[in-house]
Design a protein around this ligand. Structure first.
Ligand code: TXA
Ligand code: MG
Length: 335
């Protein structure tokens, strides 16, 4: 794997060109987005896309997000007419959502061949490196997070190298990602008996870097219906295919403690010595989000018997943070 450092605010043209050539030739390039690192390939080259699944050990039934530089790129693929019947300002709405690191699940045009999926998850990365790479490759880039399936998502280049160094062609090292959590996934459609219909109330599939408050504000500003909050604790059927797998797990058992600051402190004091503790109560949620996955990976490399993490309130970014922690936890203790 070729690893190149690249300036996150003004990406060097030579590095971008080199990476784009690999993508154009059917290879795999890991690159930073504003959320987490992605593992990219030309979305319309099936052989290249297959290589992503092999490198990550990703189950085949878990589709990939298409990364584009602009919503207009989607015109040949997405059934915008169907969306506009329900959302009159659909283009404005989705452009605003894309700016906030939201991934949208949209209906695919019926005229596309029957082998194609009926829905597509799409997003517009907001950082300079990803934007430059997409523009220079002049293709749509399919990219899941650049980790081995089941591991915490990579938020710096070392994480990618740890998981994938012998399995990919190139790694663009643009330093730590800005947000540290994956994009928020919301769906504008549902699939019933192979037929796709547009939802009047779009649904949250995965909480993430964009908070529900931000998303609902955008819906209200464009006079649309707000999205419905899915109660993840009671939903039996996984909403996004990727959510049925145990995710984001370090190898060391992880205990999530939920309770007041005092109760958490008391509980930690009763625990054996060889544990790592990640206290969150004094940190801003943005900071917890930014450092969560890297902290889990760092602690996992040391020889702790357990990793203990203090939960956060499930509002704002706390919803996504707790979603990842609950999935990573081997035990949740409510105090
Ligand atoms: O921030 C992010 O979203 C990062 C960066 C690299 O863009 N990407 C990412 O991709 O997290 P991945 O593959 O790790 O997660 C994508 C999620 C999965 O849960 C997948 O099941 C869901 O999106 N998804 C993809 N296509 C879908 C579709 N057509 N319908 C419903 N869910 C879909
Ligand atoms: Mg992932």
């Amino acid at each position: 794997m070729l690893r190149i450092s690249i300036n996150p605010s003004q990406p060097e043209e030579s590095a971008v060109k080199q990476a784009a050539n690999i993508i154009k030739n059917g290879g795999l390039v890991a690159f930073p987005t504003e959320t987490v690192y992605g593992l990219g390939a030309n979305a319309l080259n099936q052989t290249a896309v297959d290589k992503i699944y092999a490198a990550k050990g990703r189950p085949k039934d878990n589709p990939l997000i298409w990364h584009v530089d602009n919503a207009k790129t989607l015109l040949p693929y997405v059934d915008f007419a169907a969306c506009e019947t329900i959302f009159p300002n659909f283009f404005t709405l989705i452009e605003r959502l894309f700016e906030k690191s939201v991934t949208l699940v949209l209906p695919v045009l019926e005229k596309m061949s029957t082998e194609n999926p009926k829905t597509l998850a799409v997003r517009v990365p907001q950082n300079a490196i990803a934007k430059a790479l997409i523009a220079e490759s002049s293709c749509i880039i399919a990219a899941p997070s650049a980790n081995t399936s089941g591991k915490p998502s990579p938020t710096n280049a070392n994480h990618v190298a740890q998981d994938l160094s012998d399995k990919i062609d190139m790694l663009l090292d643009g330093g730590a990602t800005q947000k540290g959590l994956e994009s928020t996934v919301i769906s504008f459609c549902q699939l019933d008996n192979e037929k796709v219909t547009v939802l009047k109330t779009p649904q949250l599939l995965r909480p993430g870097a964009a908070t529900l408050e931000t998303i609902n504000d955008i819906f209200h500003l464009t006079n649309q219906n707000p999205i419905s909050l899915t109660d993840f604790s009671t939903t039996k059927k996984p909403l996004a295919p990727g959510m049925k797998y145990r995710h984001y797990s370090p190898n060391t058992p992880l205990i999530l403690l939920i309770g007041t600051q005092t109760a958490v402190t008391e509980k930690i004091n009763t625990m054996p010595k060889n544990i790592a503790v990640f206290r969150t109560n004094n940190l801003k949620l943005e900071k917890v989000a930014q450092t969560l996955f890297s902290t889990l990976r760092e602690l996992d490399e040391q020889n702790f018997a357990k990793i203990v993490v203090e939960g956060v309130p499930e509002t704002g970014l706390g919803l996504a943070i707790m979603n990842r922690l609950k999935k990573a936890a081997t035990e949740v203790i409510i105090l």
